[in-house]
Every structure is written in structure tokens, then in C-alpha cells.
Design a protein around this ligand. Structure first.
Ligand code: C2E
Ligand code: CA
Ligand code: CA
Length: 318
């Protein structure tokens, strides 16, 4: 088994001045700072090293603070789901919605899932939060179904820790039973990097989810290191091209052909393709020419509250 690894380095510069009357940082304090810079390099930097500055410490404190407050976010009713429509290219109808999580923090305002999902993953809260998201999204889909008299497809993002936790399949089954949503209306979005972490057990897990009747989408495609032979064996339905490819589509002919290749790959794997992060008409037209099946992005709509999403269900986008 091949393991990809890299080294990260944190640097702290000590301006030790034996004459100074200001208290000097101790060796221990310097190590904490170097460590903070190292984690910054690991998680947030393009470079393999980082030089410590005070902002990093402040951010660390913020992460710690958010981590402990996140525990109460559910009981305090601070989490909400927004919904972003997915548009079907062939007829311009709304093909469904992706549920996207927000944390309405009493002091910091709206906190992005990019900030708090990693925290929830590291302290294990993601399991509880994930269950809440699933139930909430299924309930919303049922509400729309009752209102519009037809099934509305809902996509839910599931994180690595959630998927690898024991009892995940059972939790999904229970939620479907409780909310009475047909499994065909639920799509789970799993990131490409998760699929390749432990492909053999993932294949088994995906088969279990598929047997229940769920649709499986591979998210952020193109950013991980997918092995084609594994992809071929995975029971998947949808491939979501990462936003970065759509963004850079017009930068060069090479970039445009990347999307073309992904579409060709999806075709041979018999997967439908969603392009995410569509922001301009030019991008939309190009994706249409390339034969992309679904599109999603700010060009159509931002993620919105359920009341606003209701108004988009019967909208003709194209
Ligand atoms: P993602 O699954 O790749 O979701 C797409 C992100 O791109 C969303 O960010 C969405 O608001 C944003 N987006 C959509 N269209 C456009 C566009 O045209 N331009 C630009 N610039 N951005 C666009 P968001 O809502 O901040 O979510 C970020 C990530 O957090 C998601 O990426 C997903 O990985 C994660 N996430 C969100 N909700 C959940 C959840 O309930 N559970 C888990 N485990 N992860 C979640
Ligand atoms: Ca997603
Ligand atoms: Ca994505």
C-alpha cells in the first residue's frame, strides 16, 4: 500500500535580549509557538513551513473556544441548514437541493462549515451533528414533497469520521424510517479523499448504502488521488467536479480539457456529472457544450433558507 507523506516545519524567531526589562519568552513558550506554526503549515499553508506570528495564536484560541461552544450549539438551536438548487441541464428544471450547514454563533455571526466541520471532526461532535443534519434535511424533503406533490431530491454531505463510525448505516436507516422519506430521494455526498483512504472497506460500505436505495455522489472530484481501478469497483451514481476546475476553465486550453477528461471518465464509469461553483453564463454554456448533466452555483442561486428554496422548486433556469 502506498502512503503519501510530507514534512512540515514551524519556525519561531526569538529576539532574546538579556538587557531587556520586558519578560522574555521561556523555552517552553517558544516551543508552543513553533508547534502552532507547524500546525499552521500542515493545515492552512501551501508551503511546508510557517513562521510564527501572533495571529496564529489568536486563531488557535478561537478554534479552542469554538470547539467547546460547538458542544452546545445543537441544544441552543444555533445550527441551520441552507439549501442550494441543483439544475438539470437537459430541461433547466430544479433537480434537487444540497443541504449546507451554518452555525449562527451569538458573538461571531455566521461561522463557515469550513471552519467548524474540521473542529467537529477532531472532537467527535460530527457524529451528533451529522445525525441532526440528516434528520433535518430528510424532514425538509418530506415537507416539500407534501407541498409540491412530488419527490424532491436532497443531498447531504457526510464527513469521513461519520462514515467510518460504527452504526452509520443503521443511523441512516433509522432516520429514513422516522422521517418516512423514500431512500431514492436521499443522496449522500462523500469526498474523493475519503473513498481512497481505505477503498476495500469503503466499497463494502457503499454497497450497504446502495442496498438501502440511496444515491451516492463523489464530492470534490479531481482534488484527491483516485485510483481508477477502485473507482471502477465503487457503486457510485454521481461525480461532482470540484469548483476549482470550473473556476480555471478559461485560463488555458489545458484546463478546459481537464473537465472534458473528467466527463469522459464519468461516462465510461456510467456516472452523471454535476459541475459545482458555476458563477458565469460563459461557464454554464461551456459546460453545456461539454455535455455536463447538472450544474450548481451562484450563477443560479446561493444556498438559501428553506422558505426561499421552496420558491425555486418550480423555477425554469434555462
Ligand atoms: P462542498 O460540499 O463542496 O459545498 C460546496 C460549497 O461551495 C458550499 O460552501 C457552497 O456554498 C459553495 N458554493 C456553491 N456555489 C458556489 C459558487 O458558485 N461559487 C463559490 N465561490 N462557492 C460556491 P459552504 O456552504 O461554505 O460549505 C463548505 C463545505 O463544508 C462543503 O463543501 C462541505 O464539504 C462542508 N459542509 C457543508 N455542510 C456540511 C454538512 O452538513 N456536513 C458535512 N460533513 N460537511 C458539510
Ligand atoms: Ca457537497
Ligand atoms: Ca464540492
Amino acid at each position: 500500500r502506498e502512503i503519501l507523506t510530507r514534512a512540515s516545519m514551524g519556525i519561531v524567531v526569538s529576539e532574546f535580549d538579556p538587557e531587556s526589562s520586558v519578560p522574555q519568552a521561556t523555552g517552553e513558550e517558544l516551543l508552543v509557538r513553533a508547534d502552532t506554526a507547524m500546525y499552521f503549515a500542515k493545515n492552512q499553508s501551501e508551503l511546508p513551513y510557517a513562521i510564527f506570528n501572533d495571529d496564529m495564536l489568536a486563531e488557535n484560541m478561537l478554534r479552542l473556544e469554538l470547539g467547546s461552544q460547538l458542544r452546545h450549539s445543537l441544544e441552543r438551536d444555533e445550527l441551520t441548514l441552507l439549501y442550494q438548487p441543483m439544475v438539470q441541464m437537459c430541461d433547466g428544471t430544479t433537480a434537487g437541493f444540497e443541504a449546507l450547514l451554518r452555525w449562527e454563533h451569538p458573538e461571531h455571526g455566521t461561522v463557515s462549515p469550513n471552519t467548524f466541520i474540521p473542529i467537529a471532526e477532531s472532537n467527535g461532535l460530527i457524529i451528533e451533528i451529522g445525525k441532526w443534519v440528516l434528520r433535518k434535511a430528510c424532514q425538509q424533503a418530506m415537507r416539500w414533497q407534501a407541498e409540491f406533490g412530488r419527490p424532491i431530491m436532497i443531498s447531504v454531505n457526510v464527513s469521513v469520521r461519520q462514515l467510518s463510525s460504527t452504526g452509520f448505516v443503521e443511523a441512516v436507516t433509522e432516520t429514513l424510517e422516522e422521517t418516512k422519506l423514500q431512500p431514492e430521494c436521499l443522496k449522500l455526498e462523500v469526498t474523493e479523499s475519503f473513498l481512497m483512504q481505505d477503498p476495500e472497506s469503503t466499497i463494502e460500505l457503499l454497497h450497504q448504502l446502495r442496498r438501502i436505495g440511496l444515491t451516492i455522489g463523489i464530492d470534490d472530484f479531481g482534488t484527491g488521488y483516485s485510483s481508477l481501478s477502485y473507482l471502477h469497483r465503487m457503486p457510485l451514481d454521481i461525480l461532482k467536479v470540484d469548483r476549482s476546475f470550473v473556476e480555471s476553465m478559461f485560463d488555458s486550453e489545458k484546463n478546459a480539457s481537464l473537465i472534458r477528461s473528467i466527463l469522459a471518465l464519468a461516462k465510461s464509469l456510467e456516472l452523471n456529472v454535476v459541475a459545482e461553483g458555476v458563477e458565469t453564463l460563459a461557464q454554464l454554456q461551456r459546460l453545456q457544450d461539454l455535455g455536463c448533466h447538472f450544474v450548481q452555483g451562484f450563477y443560479f442561486s446561493q444556498p438559501v433558507k428553506p422558505e426561499c428554496a421552496s420558491e425555486l422548486i418550480d423555477h425554469r433556469w434555462l
